[in-house]
Design a protein around this ligand. Structure first.
Ligand code: UDP
Ligand code: MG
Length: 320
């Protein structure tokens, strides 16, 4: 397979108004950094506007442009995965179609990758222009919550805008999960990942494709693919309840001994309290097993080798 120095991968959904300007700015940035040795992979994620026609027209005029059409709308993360699967670059830039992330940052990202000998350079949002306070607020809350619930260090205030090395991408592509939270999966890879702070612009044109419904779904995908904390809640609640019910049992018995209790109340309460606690605990135990089963069923590679020195060095870095 022929490799190029750089691939730029862009998922596009109803972005007809952005595409020509996107192409112009991406192309300029790519030529400035690697010359002709690049490709731009535009993935049309089942757009309902003229995005696909415009992509085809652009591809006809630019040999560097690869236009990919998905069968229907698969969602941002899967469209991006499709593009990454097809990319042949030694380095891969992921960027949104709406020009919120400036393509002009590419040279700086390439330099940072060289200087820091990093496998991932991710854009860190210093500021977010033109987004509602609600979006900024929920995003902030979400990233803080997520980082508390997971063991993976997922950087806060980061989107999918990043430059990735070929070996990191190859490992990423070996992760078969269906519910994909790409920025988390990339963070999970490890290697050396460095931030590059930038100011996020307003959308060039059009409106956001992430209404509340999609944001919630995205948040659930992120939480459930990187944490089984929700599953464990039941076992924690069960333990707490069991302890509480012990105290109650003492209280109920005391009532019975003193003869204050109504006939039948003691036995009824004992059964209700004890059964509730036991049920909750058993549910929790099942959650623990389910959580382990779930993480196993993701079939992620067990480990990833970063460097091997001595002997044959041209081994692939992926041995999981
Ligand atoms: N996108 C996509 N499929 C979708 C929704 C969005 O490919 O179903 C693309 C969209 O074209 C853009 C990127 O994902 O390039 C991010 O979407 P958007 O800018 O609407 O999200 P926001 O920046 O508002 O979070
Ligand atoms: Mg956007």
């Amino acid at each position: 397979m022929t490799r190029l120095a750089l691939s730029i991968v862009v998922p596009c959904y109803n972005e007809e108004a952005c595409l020509p300007e996107l192409h112009r700015r991406l192309s300029a940035a790519a030529h400035e950094t690697v010359g002709a040795d690049h490709e731009i992979v535009l993935v049309n994620d089942g757009s309902r506007d003229a995005s696909w026609q415009i992509m085809q027209a652009l591809a006809a005029g630019d040999p560097h442009l690869v236009a990919v059409n998905l069968s229907r709308n698969h969602g941002h993360q899967l469209a991006l995965t499709a593009g990454l699967d097809l990319a042949v670059g030694e380095r891969i830039l992921i960027i949104d179609a709406d020009l919120q992330d400036p393509p002009e940052l590419l040279p700086a990202m390439m330099r940072e990758m060289d200087l820091a000998a990093a496998d991932v350079v991710y854009g860190l949002r210093r500021s977010r222009e033109g987004e509602t306070a609600f979006k900024r607020g929920t995003a902030k809350l979400f990233y803080r919550l997520l980082s508390r619930a997971t063991d993976t260090d997922i950087p806060v205030d980061t989107g999918d805008f990043r430059l990735i090395s070929r070996r990191a991408l190859d490992v990423f592509l070996s992760m078969p999960e269906q519910a994909r939270f790409i920025r988390g999966m990339v963070a999970w890879l490890g290697f050396r990942q460095v931030p590059l702070p930038y100011d996020r612009d307003e959308r060039f044109a059009g409106t956001t494709n992430y209404p509340l419904r999609k944001m919630v779904r995205f948040a659930f995908d992120a939480l459930t693919s990187f944490s089984s904390t929700p599953l464990k809640l039941a076992s924690h609640a069960g333990l707490l309840l069991s302890f509480g019910s012990l105290l109650l049992v003492v209280y109920i018995f005391a009532g019975w001994l003193s003869g204050r209790a109504v006939e039948g109340w003691t036995s009824l309460m004992l059964v209700v309290v004890a059964l509730g606690a036991v049920q909750m605990f058993v549910l929790g135990v099942m959650g623990e097993y389910l959580g382990r089963l779930y993480s196993q069923s993701k079939h992620r590679p067990l480990y990833i080798v970063s460097d091997i020195r001595g002997g044959r060095t041209e081994r692939p870095a992926r041995l999981g």
